[in-house]
Design a protein around this ligand. Structure first.
Ligand code: FES
Ligand SMILES: [Fe+2]
Length: 364
């Protein structure tokens, strides 16, 4: 599998940004969850005292036991009622050291006297929103540069919330997914779109694609294809949010999070404005929204099917009538390099781009 270095993205193996690491449902269980992203292992759990979400580096500083790996035999877990989550902290199954949500060890049952400050694991900035758990990942350990993903429609009863499709692991470098944001030429052969107007815009941490036209995939049960408008933005390197108007008003979210250098975990969800137009979505609305999410998932599967088997595109044979792939790749580099160098990349990519021969979206 091609790696970050092969794409010459920058100094860091894994990019800076907000990334989805689980669904809320995944951690609605008594035990902590062992997860692996960015080439490292974590313990993820919901604190039993307050319900807050905690993400810690997985390995106990005492003797490197995994804090969240499967264990049914330790008395820490048996006596804990089937879990080693203790309040908002977690106890190591091996010698029962307890770590608070800040990652600091705050109890060693057999030890008297002060606990060394070095008895700690890294606690990561996490938050929960829209049925997902998000981590701010920054190789420089800086504070979040932009807000975590959230949408006001999520809490609006006239919208039907998504249930995530967990699409599992894709063994491709995320660069191959990012390329899609400016892939004008695939819209017709892959998605059956007759693109009437199209443009890309790069600005700061956002990369946007706007396009419209009839569509053969995102249609209703009756197969009718109204003009589909999509306004799609990457909010940083791992979270794509797309506003769709056509058959139903809806908001698509696709997230991808690096696992190793060259593989990602992918999720998909679709928020749908109640098809009946009622203030509060009905059971029928929920069913129709679910069917539309399935159609949206199919549209994404059309991309996915190609990605699964393709070779790494390290030097593409790009045409002027293709989308602005090289601009998107420069935009993406900002997340793989020190924050101090961000402007250098933005100076080379910010702006609006229309492929040769296409009509700009904003041109009426
Ligand atoms: S290895 Fe974790 S408490 Fe000993
Ligand atoms: Fe696509």
């Amino acid at each position: 599998m091609a790696k970050t270095e092969d794409y010459r993205l920058g100094e860091f193996t894994f990019p800076r940004g907000w990334f989805m690491i689980a669904t809320s449902e995944d951690i609605n269980q008594p035990k902590p969850l062992a997860v692996r992203f960015f080439g490292r292992d974590f313990a993820l759990y919901r604190g039993r005292a307050t319900g807050r979400v905690v993400l810690l580096d997985a390995y106990c500083p005492h003797m490197k036991t995994h804090l969240a790996a499967e264990n049914d035999t330790s008395y820490v877990i048996i006596d804990g009622g089937g879990t080693n989550i203790d309040g908002d902290g977690i106890r190591c199954p091996y010698h029962a050291w307890r770590f608070g949500p800040d990652g600091q060890c705050d109890d060693i049952p057999y030890h008297e006297g002060p606990i060394p400050k070095t008895a700690c694991v890294k606690s990561w900035p996490v938050t929960e929103s829209m049925g997902a758990i998000w981590v701010w990942h920054d190789p420089e350990n800086g504070d979040p540069e932009w807000d975590h993903p959230s949408l006001p429609q999520w809490d609006d009863e006239s919208w039907v919330q998504w249930k995530f499709d967990d699409l599992g692991v894709l063994n491709q470098h995320p660069q191959e997914i990012i390329d899609n944001i400016c892939d004008y030429g695939h819209l017709s052969p892959i998605h059956g779109s007759t693109v009437e107007r199209y443009e890309n815009e790069f600005s700061g941490y956002k990369a946007t694609q706007r396009q419209c036209g009839p569509h053969r995939t995102l249609v209703g049960d009756d197969g009718v294809s109204p003009i589909l408008h999509t306004d799609t933005t990457y909010h940083g390197p791992g979270v794509l949010i797309s506003y769709l108007t056509g058959y139903y008003d809806s908001i698509l979210m696709i997230t991808h999070t690096p696992i190793e250098d060259g593989s990602v975990h992918v999720w998909h969800g679709l928020l749908v404005k109640s098809p009946s137009g009622k203030d509060k979505a009905s059971v029928e609305d929920t069913i129709a929204a679910g069917q539309f999410q399935a159609a949206s998932k199919h549209a994404f599967a059309q991309d996915f099917e190609v990605w699964v088997n393709k070779a790494a595109c390290l030097n593409g044979l790009f045409l002027p009538s293709d989308g602005p792939f090289m601009k998107a790749r420069i935009w993406y580099k900002q997340f793989y390099n020190p924050k101090a160098r961000k402007q250098e990349f933005l100076d080379k990519c910010e702006g609006v781009y229309v492929p040769k021969g296409a009509i700009a979206y904003t041109e009426q």
